[in-house]
Design a protein around this ligand. Structure first.
Ligand SMILES: Nc1ncc2cc(-c3cccc4ccccc34)c(N3CC[C@@H](N)C3)nc2n1
Ligand SMILES: [Ca+2]
Length: 448
């Protein structure tokens, strides 16, 4: 087992990893930018090192500085958290070069899953259902037109190096196809340096259901059930829940074994998430995320498994601490992402000084927060400042408890998404579990 771990991240996820370290008796090392000098996570760690200027490219993305601090502090492993370098194959490669363990899958697996065409090809070979479409890049407009005809409109054009919804265009008729191809190729080239695009059948209003997987380095792979992430806005998740309201034991068995099969086939190690699109009874592989995700706590509260401690154990060479038959789901969990954004000005970031702060508590409430009273939220990073997670015996109790917890959550001095979440919890379509990926767009038309 490691004696010291460097946490290459900031905010709530850095504290989350440091808590797991402390429970395992492992020292933690924080790395922070000039802008995060007074951030809570730098106090929580056993040691803290400044690594550069506020902008991420000068700090949290500086692989060389992070490796230097790992060597200087004697950290045997690095936990990348999510975002920043979490799915950057370069970090894994540098770690391997310096004999430092990256807490995550091999960099070759990170790279393969980062290329959406490669990941689809691998899943197809693994026997996992994929969305009908091309399993290679398409550049010639005539070829694209033939493919779109054979798939049937509407189709969607996607950037292979994309993900999270960037570089995607839906096409409803043939005469839009060429322009859509060109614009997606230029977005892909500028955003990812790779213009490769592919075409898929467009699924109207699918549900976004993802499965948590965990694999050790001895070939054991399990899934820890499903999460529903359909309340999104511009591909930014806002509300997540576990299990999915539409899940049945039979569907969970089918999708769970597809997720495990996917992980086994690619030799996956550590924590990962297999994303599916679900549309009237059928499910299709969408993407695989090779990191711990923001919404991992809702899986933790319904299964009782500490996913981050499991990541650390597995990375140190231990076998998974639970088998598939040990994973049982109890109750229902919901997570609301508390962002320093103003829902009434199109969720524009709203950084600034927190002049009043009191987090909710009581039965079934968990707050994973990176902020505190009088903390100055810097403008340089993602606007998520904390996550409010609740557990209930069933979905109805979870919703009522979330409403109660939101009403207790006091954050003054900055605008936050709390009012938006209060409205969602009161929304009847949400309460009925009628969710799909365009829920927020339709919902906003309702409140505007
Ligand atoms: N063939 C096909 N049909 C419908 C789709 C709809 C979406 C989509 C679009 C908009 C919001 C979403 C929210 C959750 C899940 C998916 C979506 C989608 N993506 C891809 C990246 C992912 N984050 C969103 N791919 C799709 N692909
Ligand atoms: Ca993704």
């Amino acid at each position: 087992m490691f004696s010291k771990i460097l946490v290459a991240n900031r905010g709530e996820i850095a504290i989350r990893v440091m808590r797991a370290c402390r429970e395992l008796g492992i020292k933690s090392v924080a790395v922070y930018s000039e802008a995060d000098k007074n951030a809570l996570f730098t106090r929580y760690a056993d040691e803290a090192y400044e690594i550069g200027k506020p902008s991420p490219s000068q700090s949290y993305l500086r692989i060389d500085r992070i490796i230097d601090v790992a060597e200087e502090s004697g950290a045997e492993a690095i936990h990348p958290g999510y975002g920043f370098l979490a799915e950057n194959p370069g970090l894994g490669e540098e770690c391997e070069k310096h004999g430092i363990k990256l807490i995550g899958p091999k960099s070759s697996v990170i790279e393969a899953m980062g290329d959406k065409i490669t990941s689809k090809k691998l899943m197809k070979k693994a026997g996992v259902p994929v969305i009908p479409g091309t399993d290679k890049g398409v550049s010639d407009p005539d070829e694209a037109a033939e493919i779109a005809d054979s798939i049937g409109y509407p189709v969607i054009i996607k950037a292979s190096a994309g993900g999270g919804g960037i570089g995607m265009r839906t096409v409803y008729e043939e005469d839009e196809l060429i322009r859509a191809m060109e614009s997606t190729q230029s977005v892909a080239a500028s955003a990812f340096g790779d213009p490769t695009v592919y075409i898929e059948k467009y699924l109207e209003k699918p549900r976004h259901i993802e499965f948590q997987v965990m694999a050790d380095e001895h070939g054991n792979v399990i899934h820890l059930a499903d999460r529903e992430c359909s309340i999104q806005r511009r591909h930014q998740k806002l509300v997540e829940e576990a299990p999915s309201p539409i899940m049945t034991p039979e569907l969970r068995e089918r999708m769970g074994s597809a997720a495990v099969k996917a992980a086994e086939y690619i030799g996956y190690e550590n924590a990962g998430t297999v994303e599916f699109l679900y549309s009237n009874g059928d499910f299709y592989f969408l993407e695989m995320n090779t990191r711990i995700q923001v919404e991992h706590p809702i899986t933790e509260v319904i299964t009782g498994v500490d996913l981050v401690k499991e990541q650390i154990r597995v990375a140190s060479g231990e076998e998974l601490s639970c088998r598939q038959e040990d994973i049982t789901i109890r109750g229902h969990a919901i997570e609301c992402r508390i962002n320093a954004e103003d829902p009434l000005s199109d969720f524009a970031p709203n950084p600034g000084k927190i002049t009043g702060y009191r987090s909710p508590g009581g039965i079934g409430v968990r707050v994973d927060s990176g902020v505190y009273m009088n903390y100055e939220i810097p403008p340089f990073y993602d606007s998520m400042i904390s996550k409010l997670i609740v557990w209930g015996m069933d979905r109805e109790e979870a919703i009522n408890r979330m409403r109660r917890a939101l009403s207790e959550y006091i954050i003054l001095g900055v605008r936050t998404t709390i009012p938006f979440h209060k409205a969602i919890m009161k929304n009847e379509a949400f309460q009925r579990g009628e969710l799909h990926t365009h829920f927020v767009d339709e919902y906003r038309r309702g409140i505007d």
